[in-house]
Design a protein around this ligand. Structure first.
Ligand code: ADP
Length: 254
C-alpha cells in the first residue's frame, strides 16, 4: 500500500510520541496497530495493559476491574504508573504511540512532566517530536461500531459484525482465537463511556490545542483513509525533526 520511500523513513518515523485521542470506538487502537505494523512504532494502549492485568489477576488488575468493567476511568496514579513502566522499556527509547492515554488533564500534565522534566529517568528531551491526533466521530456511528465490535482476547485486534470484518467462524484471522464481545461494550455502558469522554477527555484535547500540539481528523472513513491522513501529519511533523537530527550530528562531530 505504501511506497518504498515510506519504509526508508521508518527509523525517523519511529521517533517521537504520538498521542491518539478520540471517543471510544473511534479507531485509536486500530490505527495504533497499523502504525506499529508499518513503522514499528510501539503501541502503548492503556486499555489493553489494564485488560492484561485483569486477565492475570494482578493486584492492579483487581483495582482496575471495578472501574473498567463499568466503563469508568481507572485512577490516574495507577494508569500513569503502568505507562511509566511501559515507556521505560527498551523498545520505547525512540518514542511510542499512546492509545487511550492521557484521558484526563491530570494524566496529560503527568506525561508532560515525565517526558520533559530534568530528572526524568528517561532520556527523552525537548527535541523529540510530540503530536496529538484527535480522531473525531459522530455519536450514532460510535454506537454502531461499539455494539458491533468483537475483539480477539489474545492480540487485541478489533473486528465488526456490521462491517462484515468478522469472518465466518468468528475467530481472529491472525491467531485463530475465538472473538469475544467486551463487557464494557454493553449498550448502557457505552453511553456512560461517551459521557465520561466528553467530561474528562475533551478538556485534554483543549489542553493540547492551547499548546498548539493538536491535529484533528475525521474518523468515519475507511481505516486506510484515516491511516493515510495520520501518516501525512507525521510527515509534516518530522521534517523539523530531521533538521534537528542533522544539527545534533554536526554538534557531535565537533
Ligand atoms: P475505549 O477507548 O474503547 O473506551 P480502552 O480499551 O482504551 O477502550 O479502555 C477500556 C477501559 O480501560 C476504559 O473504559 C477505562 O476504564 C480504562 N482505561 C483505559 N485507559 C485509561 C486511562 N488513560 N485512564 C483511566 N482509565 C483508562
Amino acid at each position: 500500500m505504501f511506497s518504498a520511500a515510506y519504509f526508508s523513513e521508518t527509523k525517523v518515523m519511529s521517533r517521537g510520541i504520538v498521542v491518539l485521542l478520540g471517543p471510544p470506538g473511534a479507531g485509536k487502537g486500530t490505527q495504533a496497530k497499523h502504525l506499529f505494523a508499518e513503522f514499528n512504532m510501539p503501541q502503548i494502549s492503556t486499555g489493553e495493559l489494564l485488560r492484561s492485568h485483569m486477565a492475570r489477576h494482578t493486584v492492579l488488575g483487581a483495582k482496575a476491574r471495578r472501574c473498567a468493567d463499568g466503563g469508568l476511568l481507572v485512577a490516574d496514579d495507577l494508569v500513569c504508573g503502568i505507562v511509566e513502566e511501559r515507556l521505560a522499556e527498551q523498545d520505547c527509547g525512540r518514542g511510542a504511540v499512546l492509545d487511550g492515554f492521557p484521558r484526563t488533564v491530570c494524566q496529560a500534565e503527568w506525561l508532560n512532566r515525565y517526558l520533559y522534566s530534568q530528572d526524568s529517568v528517561k532520556s527523552f528531551s525537548r527535541q523529540i517530536p510530540f503530536i496529538v491526533i484527535k480522531i473525531n466521530m459522530q455519536e450514532n456511528e460510535l454506537f454502531r461500531r461499539l455494539t458491533g465490535r468483537r475483539v480477539c482476547p489474545s492480540c487485541g485486534r478489533a473486528y465488526n459484525v456490521f462491517s462484515g470484518s468478522v469472518g465466518k467462524p468468528n475467530v481472529c484471522e491472525f491467531d485463530g482465537v475465538d472473538l469475544i464481545c467486551r463487557q464494557d461494550d454493553a449498550h448502557d455502558i457505552i453511553y456512560d463511556r461517551i459521557k465520561i469522554y466528553e467530561q474528562e477527555t475533551l478538556p485534554v484535547a483543549q489542553y493540547y490545542r492551547d499548546k498548539g500540539l493538536l491535529r484533528e481528523i475525521e474518523g468515519s472513513r475507511s481505516s486506510d483513509a484515516v491511516f493515510s491522513e495520520i501518516v501525512q501529519i507525521l510527515e509534516e511533523v518530522h521534517p523539523t525533526h530531521r533538521k534537528q537530527l542533522h544539527y545534533q550530528a554536526l554538534v557531535r562531530s565537533y
